[in-house]
Design a protein around this ligand. Structure first.
Ligand SMILES: *Cc1c(COP(=O)(O)O)cnc(C)c1O
Length: 399
């Protein structure tokens, strides 16, 4: 399917040139993707629950695996929020990762930052390695390792920033320059930062990937993924992957994600303020031995974070120096932080990476990259900060 369709109601709704390029994030989130409005007057887009479309319809849809007006709507909104020319929607973040890697050939290499989301690692190692795509891992928070990127002859350089769960900040501009110098493309998984806080394409990335399940949808009620790019060549490959591999989302899920995106700016402001307050409490009041939040003034990533993010997101990682059993005991006593995987929803969650999100990474490898058994990752929600503090204090005092 060509990426140059005429209207934004068409498959992979085409986005430019837009009359709204002067709008700020908050306004785009609410007012983009409204092409249905003139015809019907509806203030909120309908959900197009249809698997197929009449042959020869003017918008050019044929079958929902390769496009649906509800996807186009979501794609328009997300492209606007990431400042991108194009966006393609997927069923989940993992589907989006699959789409990108499926564009490679046997013999191609991915150079990835070593602190990688557990399911990305699992896909690289347990699925794509079988097809001859090799992944190698480096500590790209170090400038000298970035300068060595070309030696690995990668087809793709793959980073997250902040990383999960160590919250390392990776220099997106430097990685983009190093990748481009050796003909590789840079993929930034922007899930942890969110579109509101960080714009990977403006920093030089070729692809910005979102698990829209997290801060985009923001309410822990659906799964969705998205990839933004300014490159028409990449866009065509991703649209092909969406339909050829069956990676498309469900209309209802992307409709929920589109609705969630409308309040992303508001939510992120509160996530950020709450997380900053808890990080400061853990560091200065509780005197925890290891606290990571990129917007703490003495965090190793602070200066870089300020140069590429608007503010911190809702994620705080802490080492309470407890055993695995004590850690789980402490976390279970919290009434407001549900012990659960995932992040980025309005409700606070807490995760124990070693037994949850990173259980699929072998223990030696986890320890080698710094994911200790005592590490805890909070996804701070948008509740009242005093309630969150009191809840953690009561859980701690009973430990
Ligand atoms: C959750 C997550 C993914 C995968 O997204 P799903 O929507 O769960 O498939 C990818 N990358 C990061 C950083 C994530 O947090």
């Amino acid at each position: 399917m060509s990426s140059s369709r005429p209207t934004n109601l068409s498959p992979q709704g085409r986005h430019g040139p837009w009359p709204d390029d002067d709008w700020q994030f908050e306004t785009r989130a609410i007012h983009r993707g409204q092409s249905f409005k003139n015809e019907t007057g509806a203030v909120i887009a309908p959900i197009y629950a249809t698997s197929t479309f009449a042959y020869g319809n003017p918008a050019g849809f044929d079958y929902t695996r390769s496009g649906n007006p509800t996807f186009s709507n979501f794609e328009d909104v997300i492209a606007g929020l990431e400042g991108a020319r194009f966006c393609t929607s997927f069923a989940s973040g993992v589907s989006a990762i699959t789409a990108i890697v499926s564009t490679l050939q046997a013999g191609d290499r991915i150079l990835a930052e070593e602190n990688l989301y557990g399911c990305t690692f699992r896909l690289f190692e347990r699925v794509f390695r079988k097809f001859g795509v090799e992944a190698v891992y480096c500590d790209l928070s170090k400038a000298d390792e970035i300068s060595q990127i070309a030696r690995h002859e990668p087809a793709l350089v793959w980073i997250e920033s902040p990383t999960n769960p160590l919250l390392k900040i990776i220099d997106i501009r430097a990685c983009a320059n190093a990748a481009h110098a050796c003909g590789a493309a840079l993929v930034v998984d922007n899930t942890f930062a969110s579109s509101y806080l960080q714009k990977p394409l403006a920093l030089g990335a070729d692809l910005s990937l979102l698990s829209a399940t997290k801060y985009t949808a923001g309410h822990s009620d659906c799964l969705a993924g998205a990839i933004c790019t300014d490159s028409e060549i990449w866009q065509d490959k991703l649209v092909f992957a969406q339909k050829a591999l069956g990676l498309q989302p469900a209309p209802f899920d992307v409709w929920l994600a589109t609705r969630g995106a409308k309040t992303q700016a508001l939510r992120m402001e509160r996530h950020s303020a709450n997380a900053q307050a808890l990080a400061e409490m853990f560091l200065f009041e509780w005197k925890c031995p290891w606290v990571r939040y990129p917007f703490l003034a003495d965090d190793p990533g602070f200066n870089l974070a300020k140069s590429q993010m608007k503010m911190g997101s809702g994620i705080v990682s802490v080492d309470f120096n407890l055993s695995i059993d004590q850690t789980i005991e402490f976390l279970r006593r919290s009434k407001l932080f549900t012990l659960a995987e995932s992040l980025g929803g309005i409700e606070s969650l807490v995760c124990h990476p070693a037994t949850m999100t990173h259980a699929s990474v072998p223990r030696e490898q986890r320890l080698a990259v710094g994911i200790r058994d005592s590490l805890v990752r909070f996804s701070v929600g948008v509740e009242h900060i005093e309630d969150l503090k009191r809840d953690l204090e009561q859980a701690w005092n009973h430990s």
